[in-house]
Design a protein around this ligand. Structure first.
Ligand code: S3P
Length: 168
């Protein structure tokens, strides 16, 4: 398949970059979290609170399977935990180009401070949480991606330019 899939840690800019990249390439854009929220008529927070993380991960996989079946090329931003679930690995690999949007931990802490929309970061010390999740996830993102783009200190236009340069 021919999709462009953006992966990376919470706060790395997948949704904002994805929306702009889709606009630039004149392709439809999908954000898996938004799609799940629309389908369930609940926020990601509410899904975690009501049904737990495992149920959310199941919905992510179901959503990914549906998107993967679409013939028209899409730009897709997936939740930060999605590529880490082994059941999604094969589906993602078949989907097209996978782009890892990288940001360092200090920058992520700045961006995610005060955020209440992400259940995985609730409670405890934000830096420690990000650090320990990132240690596990980053090698998986890198392994899975066709290429990585550093997003720190880059305006959206530059990030888009870099992605397009690598893709075409
Ligand atoms: C998650 C990331 C979130 C969302 C959910 C779980 C994660 O998406 O899917 O809160 O485990 O990293 P974003 O990466 O878009 O914030």
């Amino acid at each position: 398949m021919n999709h462009i899939v953006l992966i990376g840690f919470m706060g790395c800019g997948k949704s904002s970059v994805g929306e702009k990249l889709a606009e630039y390439l004149d392709l439809p854009f999908i954000d898996t979290d938004l799609l799940i929220e629309e389908q369930e008529k609940m926020s990601v927070n509410e899904i975690f609170e009501t049904f737990g993380e495992a149920a959310f991960r199941k919905k992510e996989t179901e959503t990914l399977q549906k998107i993967a079946g679409q013939k028209e090329r899409h730009v897709i931003a997936v939740g930060g935990g999605l590529p880490v679930q082994t059941q999604n690995e094969e589906i993602l690999k078949e989907m097209g180009d996978i782009v890892y949007l990288r940001a360092d931990t200090g920058e992520l802490v700045k961006r995610l401070e005060g955020d209440t929309s992400r259940p995985m970061l609730k409670g405890g010390n934000l830096l420690e949480k990000i650090d320990s999740l990132k240690k596990v996830r980053e090698p998986i993102y890198v392994k899975m991606a066709s290429f990585s783009i550093d997003t720190v200190d880059l305006p959206f236009e530059k990030i888009i330019e870099k992605i397009v340069e690598k893709l075409f």
